[in-house]
Structures are given as structure tokens and as C-alpha cells.
Design a protein around this ligand. Sequence first.
Ligand code: 5RP
Length: 219
Amino acid sequence: MTQDELKLAVAREAIKYVEEDSIVGVGTGSTANFFIDELAKMKGRIDGAVASSEATATRLKERGIRVVELNSVGELAVYVDGADEITEHLAMIKGGGGALTREKIVAAVARKFVCIADGSKLVPTLGEFPLPVEVIPMARSWVGRQMVKLGGIPRLREGFTTDNGNLIIDVSGLKILNPPELEQAINNIPGVVTVGLFAQRGADILLLGTPNGVKTYRR
Ligand code: 5RP
């Protein structure tokens, strides 16, 4: 099976977690795009969606799904999104697409986070994928120096500005043995908007695409 076939398989499986007449939280990236296309097939049976990025909002609207502002929503039953890396304990690195801040906000509001990923994303330890950190532009160099102190190698994502008008530093060389602790430590650095570690609030369910079918992991 190709990677795209695995992404489609998990996107289809994730539709089972969508409640009728509800507003759905929708993530960003190529796997989330497959989910949006599947969600469009049931658009008459949902009230709308909250998007985690401008790109996702555009795709939802193009497919006729009503996009709702998060501020007008009390709660979300489910948030569906991909990941760059995920462990069996359902801690993740996210933000490869640069949407980590809005993703973390929408995920926080949702009762259930369903992560959809092809098998290549499952890792024993987070950190092979460079950890994205969204920073306020004036704090770029300072935050970079703090990343070096944590043992990482920071690299500015060239030519990229987030939907929030900020920058992304991608930090490689980190072997993340305690994801919630590192998430807290990086969150505490002045100038950091969001770190792409999703461990304090990880996924609740992982739908992993494998050649033998979709495997379900629960927290
Ligand atoms: C975007 C993300 C994505 O979920 C992550 O990058 C995975 O993307 P893809 O499904 O394209 O592999 O966090 O900010």
C-alpha cells in the first residue's frame, strides 16, 4: 500500500468518531486533508467545523463545509489531526506544517483527540523529527540560544510565517525522553508561543495505517 492509501484508510476510520449534528475540530496537513475530503461526504449531517489553520479553512469551504469560529463554540466533541511523530503513549511532535499553535488550541477544546497517521509516524522516542517551536519574531535569537542549552540544534524555518504572524524554529538533535517535562520547560521560555510537543494533552486515540489494516491505540 502507498502512504497515501494508508492516509486515506485512517481518514475513513476517523469518520466513525464524528458525531452527527456536531461541530468537528479539523487539523492541518496531508493526512488531515484526506479526512476533510471524507468529512465532505457527510457534510449534510454535521453542523460545521473549526479549522486549525487558514489552509484547512480554505479546503473545508471549498468542499462546502461550514467553517465556524472557535470563539462561537462551547465545546467540540472531537478533534481529528495528523502528527509528525507519535509514541505508543500517544505523545506527539506536531507542527511540520507550521499550524501547531492553532492545532494545540483546538485540541485543548475538544473532548477527544483522534490522531490519524500512517505507520511511519510511530516511533519509540520522539525527537528524530525536528521539534517545531513558534516564536514571537523579536525573541528568535534568544529562544534559539535556550534551545542550544537544552541540547538542541535550532534552525529558523526560512521564508515561513505562521498564520499568527510569527516564526518557527525547528530544533533537531533532541532525544525526548520525558515529553511532558520538556513541553513545560519550553513553554516557560519568554517569547515562545507554542512548542510542537503535544504530551500534556496528547491524543486520546491513534488510528495508525499499516499494510495489515488500521490499528487503534487508546490512552
Ligand atoms: C501541521 C501538523 C501536521 O499534523 C503534521 O505535520 C503531519 O502532517 P502530514 O499529515 O502532512 O504528515 O502538525 O502543523
